[in-house]
Design a protein around this ligand. Structure first.
Ligand code: PRP
Ligand code: ADE
Length: 182
């Protein structure tokens, strides 16, 4: 087995399918088994940190909540600052906000405007790319804050929900890297 096949197999084996959660018809991809396995979690962190280095990122943005768990160790490993993009109403300072729809509902995300500047190239980290609504809204937020998007890195892409074309349009040439496609 090649190294790439190895990590793909390992990560895939640590994702649990939960049918009809959080609502009927959704196959929920649960990453908690992966988080509980230090070998898999470290391999994932290293893979994302490699993407941060290759894309010349200067900051890592994590998308609440699972993107915080995955993104914060990536920032530390890559020696970069971490910026939380939070669900609306959770950040105490001056924020920029963006509404969006996702596979099971709608929401609004916010970022502290002062956390990003025109010099920044941001790698957005999350666990799942589904419809692409969350990642697209975060790209819009980063652009509105005046910063550049270095790329989007996700653990898994749910290919049947067609998030990629939508996101690639928003990314304008920056890479969308999915370690697994389901
Ligand atoms: O591509 P999309 O259709 O936007 O869906 C993907 C998003 O949905 C999930 O987050 P969720 O909002 O459920 O929040 P959580 O991490 O707090 O559980 C997931 O962690 C992604 O952020
Ligand atoms: N099917 C799914 N599993 C886990 N997280 C998700 N976010 C959006 N859709 C999801």
């Amino acid at each position: 087995m090649t190294e790439l096949t190895d990590i793909t197999t390992l990560l895939h084996s640590r994702i649990r399918d939960v049918a009809d959660y959080p609502e009927p018809g959704v196959m929920f991809k649960d990453i908690t088994p992966l988080l509980a396995d230090p070998v898999a979690f470290t391999a994932l962190t290293d893979a994302f940190a490699g993407i941060a280095e290759r894309t010349g990122a200067t900051k890592v943005v994590g998308l609440e909540a699972r993107g915080f768990i995955l993104g914060a160790p990536v920032a530390v490993r890559a020696g970069l600052g971490f910026i939380p993009v939070r669900k609306a109403g959770k950040l105490p300072g001056a924020t920029l906000g963006q509404a969006y729809d996702l596979e099971y509902g709608s929401a609004e995300i916010e970022v502290h405007a002062e956390d990003l500047s025109a010099d920044d190239r941001v790698l957005i980290v999350d666990d799942v790319l589904a419809t692409g609504g969350t990642a697209e809204a975060s790209i819009q937020l980063i652009h509105r804050a005046g910063a550049q998007v270095a790329g989007v890195a996700v653990l898994m892409e749910l290919g049947f929900l067609d998030g990629r074309p939508r996101l690639e349009a928003a990314l304008g040439g920056a890479p969308l890297e999915a370690l697994l496609t389901i």
